[in-house]
Write a protein that binds this ligand. Structure first.
Ligand SMILES: [Zn+2]
Length: 235
């Protein structure tokens, strides 16, 4: 079921206080129009009743695709840090697992921090692609092009819709400006090879991307931060 609630907000343009209806969760199997709204960046978008400014209110939204038994939590990291979100998320997941009846297959649960990640993941899942394999491919592309595609500022996004039978298309997004700067092509055959290896032996990629947030950038930045721990005893 999709759920909307009334929230008191202030307009970011003029500060006018008002009550608006915003979605807490969307069930796209039951209400495909909400999937379209999300794609078109109309979900949780409101118009100020005083100055008519149009803006999106970023708040947590639960995306539920019952046909594919997946839950994606969109948790914008504008109000609190990603670490806090992840901690809170882990305990919520434990509660969910404990509450599920034993004979019910638990849904796949994913976490994303912004709308572009949610839209990318949505298309990947609908196309039946393995998100860990896609992120692994991004990981190798970053590794091979560290100076041109530093993970701190460049994000690779799989463009499922424009990919072909032969090639996967990745857009390079500048994290600071949100602009898409170039398109990279990757042979789909190579994707299939990695996918087959992953299906035979998932351990390595499960370890690299344990979830619920599966991201090549995050994994690379974590590795980088680990390497840069200063040694106080030096000198
Ligand atoms: Zn306003």
């Amino acid at each position: 079921m999709s759920l909307a609630k009334t929230y008191p907000i202030h307009c970011p343009q003029c500060g006018h206080p008002q009550n608006v209806d915003l979605y807490d969760s969307i069930n796209v199997a039951q209400e495909p129009a909400l999937r379209t709204a999300l794609l078109e960046n109309r979900l949780n978008r409101v118009q100020c009743e005083a100055c008519e400014a149009n803006f999106r209110v970023d708040k947590p939204v639960l995306y539920h695709d019952a046909d594919r038994n997946i839950l994606i939590h969109w948790m914008p990291d504008n109000a609190c840090s990603r670490e806090d979100i992840l901690d809170e998320f882990d305990s919520a997941m434990e509660e969910l697992r404990a509450a599920l009846p034993d004979d019910m297959e638990p849904p796949r649960v994913r976490l994303v921090f912004d709308r572009v990640e949610l839209v990318e993941l949505m298309f990947m899942i609908e196309a039946g692609m393995e998100e860990r394999v896609v992120e692994y491919i991004k990981y190798t592309i970053h590794m091979q092009n560290m100076s041109r595609l530093p993970p701190a500022t460049k994000q690779l996004l799989l463009n499922v819709q424009d990919s072909t039978a032969e090639e996967l298309l990745f857009a390079v997004r500048n994290v600071e400006t949100s602009e898409l700067e170039e398109v990279l092509r990757y042979p789909r055959d190579s994707y299939r090879k990695v996918r087959d290896l992953y299906r035979q032996n998932p351990d390595e990629l499960m370890e690299l991307f344990p979830g619920p947030y599966i991201s090549a950038r995050a994994a690379l930045m974590e590795e980088e931060a680990g390497e840069e721990i200063p040694n106080d005893d030096a000198e």
